[in-house]
Design a protein around this ligand. Structure first.
Ligand SMILES: C[S@@+](CC[C@H](N)C(=O)[O-])C[C@H]1O[C@@H](n2cnc3c(N)ncnc32)[C@H](O)[C@@H]1O
Length: 380
């Protein structure tokens, strides 16, 4: 959907309730995104709308494509291609006949149709209308996906620019039994560090006392890293600007530091410590060690401020008392300035010497969860 200035619209999908964090992340990225002149522009993104579960923006096509490599908190990026108010099948047929998807992709096209509160409500019928004209439709997973969203008689066609979900970074391959999505880890790190300055973060340690495969640590360590070790579906579109086909990122001088200056991860299970070691490789200022929180031999002291983040094991198997014990032990052993725990929504938790400063409820993989942020209430 072109606008006057030759800009296009994009929709970035994120977990519901985190839309403003995604918007903030996008603002920090603007100075790194290259325009068609291969130069960054400080105000390259216009924010149009914050909806439940995503943010709509306007920018150039090249920047919309590039965002796949930069935005860490989104799940998928859609390019709003065409939109029209339609209430009769005959109108729909004429409109579809006039569209030229072959100018954009040579691949088979997979339609994802959803229709609500509209006169053309029957998704099968809408699909049949497309089939009459578009001969290269397919249900193959590798086809180019086009989202057909019909709401209140408004048809919106959006190309999927990401392909595989964006929380797959092409980095940590080994996962534990209850892995955390990377984009959620990114958003929760953002929540933990709200209000902290760059220098404060660089002189502090991030601790995950139940790190599993190490997703929180990995997201912090790769905070400024551009994602180049995987494929994106935009790369197969016909209209990809030439500079995005070359290895443009080799000239990109982004900061190489993580979100925090120092990182430590612990887990009760020696197998998980090995998985985290394999995933995170050896890096400066990174320590990974076996430790059972409930039977700890660790005599922990730190000359730096500690920030703690973790998702303890949860599910029906774990009693709330055990969850409270894990939270209490984490706070007692590491004495963090602030700590964020991702726990089931029903859990009522507290920490001696700590106050609950925020609580946010959301759905994670279909489970009702919440993030609890505790801050140390006494002065050192
Ligand atoms: C839900 S998983 C964490 C997943 C992790 N965020 C990831 O990205 O893979 C919980 C982890 O807590 C660890 N754990 C359970 N009880 C523990 C204890 N008493 N002390 C330390 N770690 C424990 C488990 O071994 C498991 O790896």
């Amino acid at each position: 959907m072109k606008t006057e200035k030759n800009l296009e619209k994009f929709f970035l999908i994120c977990p519901m309730g985190f839309e403003s964090y995604l918007e903030e992340e996008l603002k920090t990225l603007s100075p790194w995104l290259l325009g068609t002149d291969m130069k960054p522009h400080s105000e390259s993104i216009q924010f149009l709308d914050k909806k439940k579960g995503g943010v709509e923006i306007e920018t150039s096509l090249g920047i919309g494509f590039q965002l796949n490599h930069f935005v860490k908190s989104t799940v998928r990026i859609l390019w709003r291609w065409k939109s029209k108010k339609i209430s009769h099948v005959s109108e729909l047929k004429t409109w579809i006949r006039g569209l030229r998807p072959q100018d954009l992709t040579k691949k088979p096209i997979r339609l994802q149709i959803s229709s609500r509160k509209s006169r053309l409500q029957n998704e099968k019928m809408i699909e049949r209308v497309f089939q009459e004209d578009w001969k290269n439709l397919s249900s193959d997973e590798n086809a180019q996906t086009l989202y057909v969203d019909v709401y209140d008689d408004q048809f919106t066609l959006s190309w999927d620019l990401s392909g595989e979900v964006l929380y797959k970074r092409g980095l940590s391959e080994k996962k534990g039994s209850a892995p955390l999505r990377e984009n959620l880890a990114h958003l929760l790190l953002h929540e933990l560090t709200l209000g902290l300055t760059g220098p404060e973060l660089q002189s502090a340690t991030l601790v995950d006392p139940m790190m599993g495969s190490g997703t929180f640590l990995s997201e912090s360590l790769t905070w400024n890293q551009v994602i180049i070790d995987r494929k994106f579906s935009y790369q197969e579109l016909v209209s990809v600007p030439g500079f995005l086909k070359s290895e443009w990122w080799k000239n990109l001088k982004r900061p190489s530091n993580g979100l925090f200056g120092f990182h430590e991860g612990y887990d009760q299970s020696p197998e998980m410590v090995q998985v985290a070691k394999d995933n995170l490789k050896s890096r400066d200022h990174l320590k990974l060690q076996q430790n059972d929180l409930l039977n700890s031999k660790l005599n922990y002291t730190s000359s730096r401020p500690v920030y703690l983040i973790s998702n303890p094991p949860f599910g029906e198997r774990l009693e709330v008392k055990s969850l409270q014990d894990l939270v209490s032990a984490s706070l007692q052993i590491f004495q963090p300035v602030k700590a964020l725990f991702l726990v089931p929504r029903s859990a009522m938790l507290s920490g001696t010497g700590y106050g609950l400063t925020s609580s946010r409820e959301f759905l994670h993989g279909g489970l009702e969860v919440k993030s609890l942020v505790f801050s140390r209430s006494h002065q050192d």
